[in-house]
Design a protein around this ligand. Structure first.
Ligand code: SF4
Length: 434
């Protein structure tokens, strides 16, 4: 891990340009070993290598389509976080590059030098986006999110946040590519770790470090109004995304407990302030859960809610994680998998409780094998088929159409890395269970 404070301490008696050289090696040349930094004298390299090694301890999973790489990074204190690299085909760049078949033919005909150039161009047809975590676990417990099932441990330091981009920058360097975009949409609520996230953003944006344009950095928040006000005043061109997910307080509070503290009206008031102050377009993220927030009436309600704002809506099919269960009998009682041996019930009146043991569920699914289901007194039985489900394609299309016809710009998020449990928190959750 890179510890900038320690680096400065170690170099405090060296000429001031040494820190510039060292930082350049870390953040521009992406070295993972001080022995590669030949601009530094050998004794200093050796000292840094022994006192401040640059290794980042991580386990890497790659999706079958090779478009998603997920790193489970182990931190100094033994906690794990996730970070994801998503590789999108870059349409603008692809236009000039031609299709893959013709490129392959060209490689066959060309000299070695040409081949290298073509390979390089092929690499440049991808936009490489890193999805960053900002906390270990998350205290906000959104229903659709596996990270929300992990116990919150602590905020990440700015160095730990930056290391996630550094890890993938080193990986991409091998093929002559680099990280183009950063999104704070991984584990944790970035605005509950505001100062460290903003410090990390400044390092990522620094021309002498990663040099990632502010417009290529996005922060997604569940909506902490105080911090949205602060963010509006930062004078940065960084994008703001609001995880909205519901057209009204009733549904949003069920999906996101934070809504009880900061209801939609208050949230939108701060979003309006942000837009007026920055004149920047806001993205509203909307996780679509079958039969919960995906009806045509919800689309109409959502359109009325955001109409007139400088914004667009991004629809995201909910992740069907085996760790998220939704059960209800008339009312919205929710049950989810918690740990290896039991289930917990979250009641609509906000009281958490687990009552009696109902039955063993051996063999129903790998995640529930050897577990036991416990139930809240508010419902009679638990139907494991009632997993939190993504909306169907038809439902998403209808929803999208209604929003578009109401004059709302709407996009749909492509799902990455389903085969490697690409959703936020799933790997750490799984690893934690063992
Ligand atoms: S969606 Fe974000 S804020 Fe909500 S529980 Fe997950 S990580 Fe936390």
């Amino acid at each position: 891990m890179v510890d900038v404070k320690k680096l400065k301490e170690l170099l405090k008696d060296e000429p001031s340009y040494r820190i510039t050289q060292a930082e350049r090696a870390i953040y521009k040349d992406f070295v993972s070993d001080w022995s590669q930094v030949t601009t530094l004298p050998l004794p200093l390299r050796e000292r840094l290598q022994s006192e401040l090694p640059l290794d980042i301890s991580a386990e890497l999973l790659i999706s079958s389509k090779k478009d998603t790489l997920k790193a489970v990074i182990t931190l100094k204190d033994g906690f794990s976080i996730e970070s994801v690299l998503m590789r999108h085909a870059d349409k603008k760049r692809s236009k000039t590059g031609g299709g893959s078949t013709s490129t392959n033919k060209e490689i066959y005909k060309c000299t070695n030098e040409d081949k290298d150039k073509i390979k390089q161009e092929a690499v440049q047809k991808f936009r490489n986006t890193v999805c960053e975590s900002s906390q270990i676990g998350c205290p906000l417990s959104c229903l659709f999110c596996t990270t929300g099932k992990l116990e919150f441990k602590r905020n990440l330091t700015a160095d730990e946040i930056v290391d996630q981009v550094l890890f993938f920058s080193r990986y991409l360097k091998e093929e002559g590519a680099s990280v183009n975009n950063v999104v704070f949409m991984g584990m944790g609520e970035p605005f509950l770790n505001y100062d460290n996230v903003m410090s990390a953003v400044r390092i990522l944006n620094d021309k002498n470090k990663f040099n990632i344009g502010a417009r290529h950095i996005s922060i997604s928040t569940c909506g902490i109004p105080e911090r949205i006000y602060d963010f509006a005043k930062e004078g940065l061109q960084v994008n703001l995304a609001i995880s909205l997910n519901a057209p009204n307080d009733e549904i949003r509070s069920r999906l996101m407990p934070i809504n009880k503290r900061y209801p939609i009206g208050e949230l939108l008031k701060t979003v309006k302030f942000y837009i007026e102050k920055t004149n920047r377009r806001v993205m509203f993220e909307y996780v679509m859960v079958q039969d919960l927030n995906d009806a045509p009436s919800h689309a109409k309600e959502l359109a009325r809610l955001v109409k007139g704002l400088l914004c667009f809506v991004n629809l995201i099919p909910c992740n069907a994680s085996p760790y998220n269960f939704l059960c209800h009998k008339g009312n919205w009682d929710i049950v989810y998998y918690k740990g290896n041996r039991n289930y917990q019930a979250c009641l609509t009146d906000d009281k958490w409780g687990v009552t009696e043991n109902v039955k063993s569920v051996e063999g129903r699914s790998s995640s529930s094998k050897n577990g036991s289901i416990k139930k809240s007194k508010n419902f009679e039985s638990i139907n494991l088929d009632n997993l939190l489900k993504p909306s169907t394609r038809k439902r998403i299309s209808e929803f999208k159409k209604i929003l578009s016809e109401s004059g709302i710009t709407v996009t749909e998020r492509f799902r990455f890395g389903v085969d490697i449990r690409g959703a936020c928190g799933e790997l750490v959750y799984r690893f934690k269970k063992g």
